[in-house]
Design a protein around this ligand. Structure first.
Ligand SMILES: *Cc1c(COP(=O)(O)O)cnc(C)c1O
Length: 368
């Protein structure tokens, strides 16, 4: 094991096992552990990917110009303010390497997205995690811990895995107080869901596009992995100040997106109907599931996403193993410092019914 230790770089040594999640051997199981869309990709995206296969002997367009153009149009910004990557996870890595190095730090919340510690570590910087307040981000606490060596604040909104939500006003007030040497990464992976729920609840979700148009010190992350159902195609993007986006794009690997991924995203943008249907079905399921869970006595946050975090009052790894034996995969939140909580992705009506029955049976076993 020690043969290469002296040869590899500090960044290779510091990359922990958290950097990657191992693939699940999930054949035949109901997979509610990774917040993928159970409604799948758009048929238009599928057709575009099939067509793109014909040209797969050719290198892709570098820097995804057509996709950036389309995203810019859609968001009312310039193509120079967009960089597309092999999933937001890859972009988080590039952003970390663009802004962080040894001696610098990033600040975020405890119990937030699993990639923040990994990308910070790989950039040889330190991650400061502020304890949760009411199961969500403590923005005041984050402001207090920003120092002269801070370059990034990661804010996942809604947060994964707790599911907590910050409205537009809360982020407005926060940004006003963040010092100029800090870039706030607004990770809006669940933006489509959050926007949908916010509309129903008469809440304003986010002003993130306004910040980008005003050239604020903000990078907004969006992905095709969630509501668009393209997690396997790997497409995410960051938008922000053109100058900063150019630095990030320079550090990206060449051909960051395959021809097939670019085609999928371009077509998926056009299929608003598909996304809308997924959002509506998800909302109907969330209502059903929340009701059932409350009836079972679980104290849960209202969901703004396609998942729910549930406190189960016992070791969640063991609990997840038992649910797995019953045929359903959920995520135990032990690795996030929440050893007695699980996160379950909202599935189809049948899958959710199945999950709920498994959960109920396990809880009954527990009481015996
Ligand atoms: C799922 C998720 C992402 C998306 O990751 P991809 O690499 O784009 O698939 C990013 N941030 C959060 C908080 C997520 O939950």
């Amino acid at each position: 094991m020690d043969r290469f230790f002296d040869l590899v770089t500090e960044s290779a040594r510091s990359a922990g096992p958290n950097a990657k999640t191992t693939p699940d051997q999930s054949t035949g199981l109901i997979k509610l552990n990774a917040n993928e869309s159970v409604y799948g990709p758009s048929p238009k995206a599928l057709a575009a990917m099939r067509e793109a296969l014909t040209d797969s002997h050719l290198y892709p367009d570098n820097d995804s110009p057509a996709l950036r153009q389309k995203l810019a149009q859609r968001h009312g910004i310039l193509p120079e303010q967009v960089v597309a990557g092999n999933g937001t996870t890859a972009l988080l890595g590039v952003i970390a390497r663009t802004l962080l190095q040894s001696g610098l730090n990033a600040v975020t919340s405890a119990c937030s997205f699993i990639s923040y510690p990994a990308v910070t570590q790989t950039a040889c910087a330190r991650l400061v995690e502020v304890p949760l307040i009411d199961h969500g981000y403590n923005l005041e606490g984050i402001l207090n811990l920003i120092d002269t060596n801070t370059r990034i604040v990661f804010v996942a909104n809604p947060n994964n895995p707790t599911g907590s939500f910050l409205d537009a006003v809360a982020i407005d007030r926060f940004l006003e107080r963040v010092p100029k040497h800090v870039i706030v990464v607004l990770d809006e992976a669940y933006s489509d869901y959050a926007q949908y729920f916010a509309g129903k609840r008469d809440v304003e979700y986010t002003h993130s596009l306004g910040y980008v148009r005003a050239n604020r010190n903000v990078l907004v992350l969006r992905t095709f992995s969630k509501a668009h159902g393209l997690a396997g195609a790997r497409v995410g993007y960051a938008i922000g100040p053109a100058e900063l986006i150019a630095y990030i794009a320079q550090l990206q690997e060449v051909f960051a997106l395959s021809t097939i991924a670019q085609a999928a995203a371009l077509a998926a943008i056009d299929d608003e109907e598909h996304v809308q249907q997924a959002l509506e079905k998800n909302a109907a399921q969330s209502e059903w599931m929340e009701q059932k869970l409350k009836t079972l006595g679980h104290d849960i946050l209202p969901t703004w996403t396609n998942f729910i975090a549930i406190e189960i009052g016992e070791d969640s790894r063991e609990f997840a193993r038992r649910l797995r034996k019953r045929g359903v995969l959920v995520r135990p939140l032990s690795a996030w410092g929440a050893p007695t909580s699980i996160r379950v992705t909202l599935g189809t009506p049948e899958q959710n019914q199945f999950f709920l029955e498994a959960l109920t049976s396990e809880r009954q076993c527990l009481r015996k």
